[in-house]
Unconditional design. Structure first.
Length: 214
């Protein structure tokens, strides 16, 4: 099972959602209204809904049965609450949309939420029109070329990442030591249809990206 979550970030940064097929959609705050406007009916809605009008909230309530309304002042973000619910459903993958491109505190908070996927051994991806972001624990992984996101970057998400090896890339590596502050693995590319990356210790953030289309 794959669960898709749309947060309330700027619509112009969100890719075409109909491309990402899933029977399980969740809306967060303004993201609920955005989904309904696109003809996508989420099974759950979470939020304080302070970013939409009373009329829009009435529209949401009219078209949805399961709306969880929270106070604006709370210890978790709306996205955090929605993600915790999604994780409890034990899907294979969770994809987060609408969580980048606006306020930086919201964006960095969303990036931090990816760590929950590592602890549950679950794939959580943060996706917008230009980027797909995911965290990985130590191991070896195969990666397939995606022309929609041709550039591949690796950034340390732990103080130290050991024995980083990249095979099938334009700029390969073998048993490389990385630490916070390194930009060595920014903007790489796959040479063939498939490649691999591996490391022995730490956490790596992989960002697949593309240039902004004019």
């Amino acid at each position: 099972m794959i669960i898709h979550i749309l947060a309330g970030g700027p619509n112009e940064t969100v890719p075409s959602l109909h491309k990402w097929q899933s029977e399980h959609w969740v809306g967060v705050d303004r993201g609920v209204f955005s989904l309904l406007q696109q003809g996508i009916f989420p099974q759950k809605a979470f939020g304080d809904f302070d970013s939409i009008t009373k009329e829009q909230l009435e529209y949401v309530r009219k078209h949805m049965e399961d709306v969880e309304l929270y106070p604006a002042e709370k210890d978790e973000t709306d996205l955090d609450i929605a993600l915790n619910w999604a994780i409890a459903q034990k899907p294979t993958t969770i994809r987060l949309f609408g969580a980048t491109g606006g306020r930086l505190d919201h964006m960095f908070g969303a990036v931090q939420l990816l760590y929950k996927g590592l602890k549950k051994r679950m794939s959580i991806q943060l996706i917008d029109q230009q980027n797909v972001i995911e965290l990985f624990s130590e191991g070896e992984y195969e990666i397939t070329k995606d022309d929609s996101y041709p550039y591949v970057s690796f950034i340390p998400f732990a103080p130290v990442v050991e024995d980083v090896t990249l095979k099938g890339f334009k700029y390969p590596l073998k048993n490389h030591y990385m630490e916070w502050g390194s930009t060595l693995c920014i903007s790489n590319e796959l040479l063939e249809q498939r490649g691999t990356f591996s490391f022995a210790k730490g956490i790596l953030m992989m960002i697949r990206s593309t240039d902004k289309k004019s």
